[in-house]
Ligand binder design. Sequence first.
Ligand code: ZN
Length: 67
Amino acid sequence: MTTGAKEPSWLCAACGIALERGMVEIAYMGSAFPVELQRCPRCGIVYIPEELALTRMAEAEKILEDK
Ligand SMILES: [Zn+2]
């Protein structure tokens, strides 16, 4: 039995240490969008789940189109 309250912890493939959550700015079509992502505290690599990336990019496109 698991509570499901805990998020799965990711490991950096290069360093083998747990990633930490942090705000990262993603540049897209000349604009920057802050997104909370898993990031390696040692080498700074950011892991963007494909699903999240697609969702955020779709939101960004909507924002840009409204301008
Ligand atoms: Zn790393």
